[in-house]
Design a protein around this ligand. Structure first.
Ligand SMILES: Cc1cc2nc3c(=O)[nH]c(=O)nc-3n(C[C@H](O)[C@H](O)[C@H](O)COP(=O)(O)O)c2cc1C
Length: 314
């Protein structure tokens, strides 16, 4: 038997594989496609106070090795989530981490308070990193003071784990992780999408309605790994690694670099069952290699003889 469970704050999760926000709706549509009780949990689509239609189409485009999306935080709003989605999810015993977005700190707080009184949410991920809407939290995610303020305030509203989701669209993501840690966050997750664009040469028009959007998928994995490496060397709180994970090997790379757990995003659109396969794959890797606890892999990167430029920042 391999130990797969791990803890964030006072919560124990079954294993270290999760589905990332926005790539799995509210966890209900895929009920017939995969068994979400086999993974650590589901990060919901970002929830805002009022329902949002999101950006006009086209809002998704495929590039050589990734997607560019500009969904614009389309969601049903926190109240409808609580009345229509949460009851079903509770029945199926799926672990739910609610991802929260907003235009003001007050909006983040109101969404969190509503979820807190609804019961059934295990932890909160605070999205301060959406690049596709003005009020998508990027103003908080690229400003150290605002990151500190929002973390401090939401921290006071709950005893459940608070996970700050960070953007790679800053010079030093580790500075933001340090601020989140010092204001009481239990964990950070990174990376959200990188700003990207694609152009139709015939029409000379951008391929998505908002000109630029968020790049995700295999194209961003090397960037994500480097950002996770930077952050795990700067903070003590757990890090969720996200970015281009499409198979067990990709997930293991993030764990080796130091992520305590991983989230799978774009790969869900190709295979909705991929997170269960990756959770099984990690367990098999441990069995095959005589590793008793998945945690023994975390942070085992061997940099002997290598010199890291990033380290001089930390
Ligand atoms: C279509 C789409 C919608 C997304 N929506 C959200 C969202 O609502 N909130 C959020 O925090 N991240 C959102 N993300 C970002 C993902 O959760 C993840 O951070 C990012 O895609 C990188 O991981 P990946 O390369 O595995 O997809 C979205 C990503 C995609 C592709």
């Amino acid at each position: 038997m391999v130990k797969t469970s791990f803890k964030i704050g006072n919560v124990e999760f079954k294993n270290r594989v999760f589905v990332a926000s926005g790539t799995f709706g509210y966890g209900d549509e895929a009920r017939e496609l995969f068994d979400a009780t086999k993974i650590g949990g589901i990060f919901t689509k970002s929830l805002t106070l009022k329902p949002r239609k999101g950006n006009p189409p086209p809002r998704i485009v495929e590039t050589a090795s990734g997607l560019i999306n500009s969904i614009g935080l389309a969601n049903i709003g926190v109240e409808k989530f609580i009345s229509e989605k949460l009851p079903l999810l509770k029945q199926s015993e799926v672990v739910i981490i609610a991802n929260i977005a907003g235009g003001t700190i007050d909006e983040y707080c109101k969404v969190l308070e509503k979820l807190e009184s609804a019961n059934g949410i295990t932890a909160y991920e605070i999205n301060i990193s959406c690049p596709n809407v003005k009020e998508g939290g990027l103003n908080f995610g690229t400003d150290l003071k605002a990151t500190a303020e929002i973390t401090k305030i939401v921290r006071r509203l709950t005893s459940k784990p608070i996970i700050l989701k960070l953007t790679p669209n800053v010079t030093r993501v580790s500075e933001f992780a340090k601020v989140a840690e010092s204001e009481g966050a239990d964990a950070v997750s990174l990376i959200n999408t990188l700003v990207g664009m694609a152009v139709n040469v015939k029409t000379r028009k951008p391929k998505i309605s908002t000109v630029t959007g968020g790049l995700s998928g295999p194209a961003i994995k090397p960037v994500a790994l480097a950002k996770v490496y930077e952050v795990v060397n700067a903070v003590k709180i757990p890090v969720f690694g996200i970015g281009g994970i499409a198979n067990t090997n990709d997930a293991l790379e993030f764990l080796i670099v130091g992520a305590k757990a991983v989230q799978i995003g774009t790969a869900n659109f190709i295979n909705p069952n991929i997170s269960v396969s990756i959770a099984n794959g990690i367990e098999k890797f441990c069995l095959d290699n005589g590793i008793a606890d998945v945690g023994m892999i975390v942070g085992t990167l061997d940099t002997t003889g290598n010199e890291s430029v990033l380290k001089s920042w930390l």
